[in-house]
Write a protein that binds this ligand. Sequence first.
Ligand code: MN
Length: 488
Amino acid sequence: MSKKYEFWFVVGSQFLYGPEVLETVAARAAEMAEKLSAVLPYPIVYKVTAKTNAEITSVVKEANYDDKCAGIITWCHTFSPSKMWINGLNLLQKPYCHLATQYNREIPNDEIDMDFMNLNQAAHGDREHGFIGARLRLPRKIIAGYWQDESVQKRLGDWMKVAVGVAFSRELKVMRFGDNMREVAVTEGDKVEVQTKLGWQVNTWPVGKLVDTMNAVTDAEIDALMEVYRAVYDFATDDIETVRYQAREEIAMKKMMDAEGCMAFSNTFQDLYGMKQLPGLASQHLMAQGYGYGGEGDWKVSAMTAIMKAMGEGGNGASAFMEDYTYHLVEGQEYSLGAHMLEVCPSVAADRPRIEVHPLGIGDREDPARLVFEGKAGPAIVVSLIDMGGRLRLICQDIEAVKPILPMPNLPVARVMWKAMPDLTTGVECWITAGGAHHTVLSYDVTAEQMRDWARIMDIEFVHITKDTTPEKLEHELFLNDLAWKLK
Ligand code: MN
């Protein structure tokens, strides 16, 4: 995530009011871009006060072509007739946010006259602009409110992160080591469809090549990574050789991914030919650096993990590959216990993770080193992307993570415990009705609103299970969605 993204501010007006008004609009737009840039996660660059079809078409073409530009933000300071926006907006390939705001917060009681009204008419200018967005069926984010309000700035910042998630998705490469786990359905998917819709390049590399790369890793490289491990994790094992083997695996996988520009990977315990351990700590520490991961060949969840990490602050938000493992069904204490065989990202850890070595029954290899920890408490979401045949469905469920209510001293893996909305059993019924996978991305950073915005831009189905969802309402929604997506 070394890319420096920016957003372009395109402000609508027209010639009708004379040059003085246009100068004021331009000066204010520049001032707003500057002030917002100081508080938002990415800068806003004021580009143009749009008065003609040619100006709008030109700025949109430029935005499409410029890799730095992650999206455009529009606003109409004055009225801006929307027919002149049609040609440009029809060409737009970048995320689009309509900020319905106005320069002044208050109506100035004494000062207000017809000149003031003509200059400050976002209230109807933004409606004209909104109509053409609706008429052209454009995927838009609409944020209304005063531009200096923190709540408006927070929503604009969140949308910017979504747009960065879009840019990241459109160039994402996923490295597959081995195929999907035999016979599993939900981890399958149409790789041509995901590339068409989401931009993902999902391809396979031989495990033998990984083993060759592992064998070429030097002791000095392993020493250096062991120092990093010591700095961020506690060693709760004396079996240093086993930990060093994970370091060897991590270095080799990272080298192969970096050589191809991949930010996500999958592997499977059914294809570890030539490897002594299933990567545990290796995969976990790669996730901590922002790489996506999916177990059992699940490249979809791997890609979604990488994207949601990219949407999180600093390129490595608390978003993790997760799996619903087992339930606690005691009345009044109903929780899901999420974990994986090994590979839970330490970005979701409540405390400093421990490196431990334990046997692993699955995969028929030597005891692997892994990080063990408890997940954080707090509101979060779980997200699953499934292939419905003909379309992709993104399912998002609101959850409340808790400090695990049991110490589980013999459980040798990282664990997160949560309560799904609206309650455990209704939530499970809704999740199963929608076809959600056992693998998810669990995120404390990315919100359901952001995932909805991302799905809208990507033109895929979005299903949100909230505290207000009932199985009946959900079933009806899914039925209508199915019809609508067949007509699209
Ligand atoms: Mn799994």
